[in-house]
Write a protein that binds this ligand. Structure first.
Ligand code: ADP
Ligand code: MG
Length: 888
């Protein structure tokens, strides 16, 4: 069943006729929308329909609270959407009210869109998209040739856009100075924004559009709103303000009234010639009790509007490049060269998902004619991003799994049982009278989630393809034991295992924890019968006498190597590396992952060149959209269950006046035998200043607040050995409170610590706060997280604190974080070597899944993307991942 657009429109028109008073619709328009939406989602909707419904709801659910003007805008937006959906259907009103797609373009040959923009009008049906007859010879690095190569013809220089004329060669990788209208000066300005080639500019997308599309009559202007009018210039008068400043008043008029436009710079009025017809856009201001425009942007009404009168793209600029200039330059380039972008998506895929051609999408995403058109363009580009990322991911996986064999391990069930039997964890309780801590080792029963993860892993490592798995479980879910199980299997099969942790402290902790686990195992009857021993070695960047360690690793005298990135240093040579585990993956880059895997093939006695199995562990819950992009090459095991006996951590945002109360609370916990963390605020300038701040805070707390307690200090400038010592002593309860910088962010496991106080909490990201909070609540007993923030809190800062106060669910927090920060920043994707998503957003799950499915299918047809028609795609993927030819 399809959507009832007609009903929606009918109600909307009723409301418009009623001047947006929200009286005409029973219980208000929002109530109607609510019902309409609910009704809609019970139907079997197509993807564009679903999106339409979402957008309608987005626009109108707040209707009751909107001003009349906001209502008018929201309604206009909805009408745009529904109109867009109808033209997509190829029928006007009447007929079927159904909407099948938002595509404003009827499904016919893609190279001839309706309402052709001036540029593509020259694209004749005789010149289809380059796909799929693109020949590899036509692709030379960045330059993409359209149709027949003709080295004689340089980049097109005439307007309008001869790019489409047959035989033209458009080198999209060409310097911007080759573009007519862009000289050295502009090219230099553009290079400040990182734009050096034509291709750069085409893909430099606006982050939003200003909506000037609805012109107003002068008598309908509303104070405070951003509006556009078409008017005639009547006169220009120079005045003086009370302060004596020169002020130029330009009066314009339309058939409904007059409007003053105030400028404080004569030069800004030069385009406003008396008698001329102009489009003015700006915020409606007030002067001398009348509404006016102050320094509006304007443009002659007859020229094609770039900066006014429509959806105006807003680009991020910095440095000396003005937005208006940038916009104009981009328009020049887009108008002339967008059409030359070769299509890399197979036509079948485009048709299946109603995707507009690339050239058109790029053009429309810069300068859309309507919101519906913009959305269509966005969908195409978002699809591209996901598709290319997925292909890259598949290629890497292919490279990894197909080109070299893996090592099939045998799983010794008796050993596995013995191991499970030997697993223990530490529980601390307190003598109710003496308050003395009573430590006891208890048998560890694996949680269901742990068992499932172990089963996944054991399944993988028995195959002759290398395991490639991501173990994702919230902080404290018990990933270490799972990883240790895999390590044990590697050792039992006569191979070495490596465990890489992001920090020294964490590596140290893993070393101790695993040593304890394996010691217990060695005491077991079964193990003693085998006469086996698991030899662990800690390898960090600071091992003085590294040489002998290297030798032992090389000679196979070490079974499990635990360390920081020191493990992947060139000099480290393994004897027989069979398994690699990377803990807290988000801290490592893709390159490091690759380097460590590469170690397997280079093992001393690995003649076959087999790849080791790989297990990646992370506590960072990644929203699905990102998960598939960032970790798309990994199989996923989710641990969504906490070990029993954990109580949720109680989080409280403490107001500055309550600070002393917070200290009292910490003291109370310590009196009960517990320990506490106090995290110093993030100092961005440098490690050194941060360390200094931490030292001062530690001294202050020790002197003024907790003179009778033992306070330890931990910061990033301490030597690794010092850090280890402090952590060790804290774990051994020689201190009550650990004052630390963000160095303790991940992984630290001190079950006896039950309270963490985070200073300057508003400065940390949500995921980071969640990680900090995960330092407590790891043992029996209730734990607390106290958040302190500065007096002047940013909007975002307080939103974050409210969010973390409300939920303990890392996944939910990650979603919120992502909403607030955008994917790039959220994950530091650039850093981790994964392409950034520029257009796609986290809500594009549907597009992602479509793109992923297509990528997988395409890859099945042509693993490695080696076939000729896929050359362009393969080049694109390689460029996106910027793996310097690694993939091509
Ligand atoms: P993370 O997933 O954050 O790396 P860890 O592996 O450090 O978590 O485990 C957190 C704590 O939970 C450790 O003290 C560990 O001994 C304990 N633990 C792990 N699994 C269980 C279990 N099944 N039952 C009880 N405690 C467990
Ligand atoms: Mg961990």
């Amino acid at each position: 069943m399809a959507l009832d657009i007609e009903k929606l429109e009918k109600i909307i028109r009723l409301e418009m006729a009623d001047n947006y008073q929200d009286h005409k619709v029973y219980r208000g328009l929002a109530a109607f929308i609510h019902n309409w939406t609910r009704d809609a989602i019970t139907r079997h909707l197509t993807l564009p329909e679903k999106e339409l419904v979402e957008k309608v709801a987005d626009n109108l659910t707040d209707y009751a609270r909107m001003s009349v003007l906001e209502r008018a805008r929201a309604i206009q937006e909805v009408l745009d959407l529904t109109a867009g959906s109808k033209s997509a259907n190829g029928n006007g009103n009447g007929g079927t009210p159904a909407v099948r797609t938002l595509d404003p373009i009827p499904t016919r040959p893609v190279s001839a869109p309706p309402n052709p923009p001036p540029l593509s009008s020259s694209a004749s049906p005789a010149k289809p998209a380059v796909w799929p007859d693109q020949r590899p010879s036509a692709i030379v690095r960045q330059s993409v040739r359209v149709v027949a190569p003709d080295p004689e013809t340089p980049a097109p220089a005439r307007q309008p856009a001869p790019a489409n004329t047959p035989a033209a060669v458009v080198d999209l990788g060409a310097k911007l100075t080759t573009v007519k209208g862009i000289g050295e000066t502009y090219a230099k300005l553009l290079s400040f924004a990182g734009l050096n080639t034509i291709h750069d500019v085409l893909y430099y997308f606006p982050f939003r559009h200003e909506d000037f599309s609805s012109f107003k009559k002068i008598n309908a202007l509303m104070y405070g709103q951003t509006e556009s009018v078409v008017a005639q210039v009547l006169e220009t008068v120079t005045k003086r303000t009370y302060g004596g400043k020169e002020m130029i008043e330009v009066t314009v008029a339309d058939d409904t009234g007059r409007l003053s436009c105030i400028f404080f710079n004569r030069r800004m009025t030069y385009g406003l010639k008396t008698g001329s017809q102009v489009v003015l856009s700006g915020r409606v201001d007030e002067w001398n009790g009348r509404i006016c425009f102050k320094a509006p942007s304007y443009e002659a009404a007859d020229r094609e509007l770039t900066s006014t009168g429509r959806l105006v793209p807003v680009y991020s600029t910095s440095g000396p490049l003005k937005l208006a200039t940038l916009r104009k330059l981009i328009k020049t380039v887009v108008d002339r060269y967008a059409a030359a972008l070769p299509e890399h998506l197979p036509a079948a895929i485009r048709e299946r998902h109603h995707l507009v051609p690339l050239a058109q999408a790029v053009k429309d995403y810069h300068f859309p004619a309507s919101l519906a058109v913009r959305e269509k363009a966005r969908q195409r580009l978002a699809f591209d991003e996901f598709f290319l990322v997925q292909l890259g991911v598949l290629l890497k996986r292919h490279e990894w799994q197909e080109e070299r064999p893996g090592i099939p391990f045998e799983i010794n069930q008796s050993l596995l049982e013995a191991w499970k039997d030997a697993l223990q964890f530490k529980v601390t309780s307190f003598d109710p009278e003496t308050k003395e801590p009573l430590e006891e080792m208890r048998k560890l029963e694996l949680t269901g989630a742990q068992q499932r993860a172990i089963a996944d892993i054991l399944g993988d490592i028995q195959k002759d393809r290398p395991m490639n798995r991501l173990l994702q479980g919230d902080v404290g879910s018990g990933k270490t034991v799972v990883g240790a199980t895999a390590l044990l299997m590697a050792v039992a099969n006569g191979f070495q295992g490596a465990l890489m942790a992001p920090t020294q402290i964490l590596a140290e902790q893993h070393f101790q924890g695993l040593s304890r686990l394996f010691e217990k195992l060695e005491e077991s009857e079964y193990f003693q019968k085998l006469g086996l021993k698991v030899r662990l070695e800690l390898l960090t960047g600071n091992v003085r006498k590294k040489e002998p360690v290297y030798r032992r690793i090389r000679d196979g005298e070490v079974d499990i190597i635990i360390g920081t990135s020191a493990v992947i240093e060139e000099v480290v040579e393994f004897h027989r590396l069979g398994l690699v585990i990377i803990d807290e993956q988000h801290r490592f880059g893709v390159r490091q992952r690759k380097a460590l895997r590469g170690k397997g093939a280079n093992s001393a006695s690995n003649a076959e060149g087999a790849n080791p199995h790989l297990l990646v562990m992370t506590a960072t819950p990644i929203p699905r959209t990102l998960n598939l992009t960032v970790y798309g090459d990994l199989d996923l095991s989710l641990m969504n269950e906490m070990p029993p006996g954990r109580e949720p951590i109680q989080t409280k945002w403490v107001m500055p006046p309550e600070r002393n109360g917070a200290y009292k609370f910490i003291r109370k916990q310590i009196n009960e035998g517990r320990q506490a963390f106090i995290i110093c605020p993030l100092v961005e300038e440098s490690d050194k200043i941060e360390a200094k701040a931490a030292i001062e805070e530690h001294d202050r707390l020790q002197r003024e607040v907790f003179p009778d307690l033992k306070l330890a200090l931990l910061h990033g400038r301490m030597k690794p050995a010092e850090k280890d010592l402090v952590m060790h002593q804290f774990r051994e309860r020689q201190y009550d409170i650990l004052v630390a910088t963000s160095v303790i962010e991940v992984g630290i496991d001190i079950p006896n610590a039950t309270v963490i106080m985070i200073e300057g909490a508003d400065r940390f990201g949500l995921s980071q706060l969640h990680q900090f909070r995960g330092r407590v609540g790891r043992g029996q007993g209730k734990s607390y997280c106290l958040l302190l923030a500065g007096e002047e809190l940013s909007q975002v800062g307080s939103e974050r604190l409210r969010a973390i106060e409300k939920t303990n669910d890392g996944f939910e927090l990650a979603e919120i974080d992502l909403q607030m920060r955008g994917p790039g920043e959220f994950f530091g994707t650039r850093q981790s070597g994964v392409p950034d998503l520029k257009v796609a957003g986290i809500n594009d799950v549907n597009i992602l899944e479509a793109a992923r499915a297509e990528a997988i299918q395409l890859f099945e047809q042509d693993p490695g993307l080696k076939e000729v028609p896929h050359q362009l795609l393969s080049t694109k993927v390689a460029r996106l991942w910027s793996l310097e030819g690694d993939l091509s």
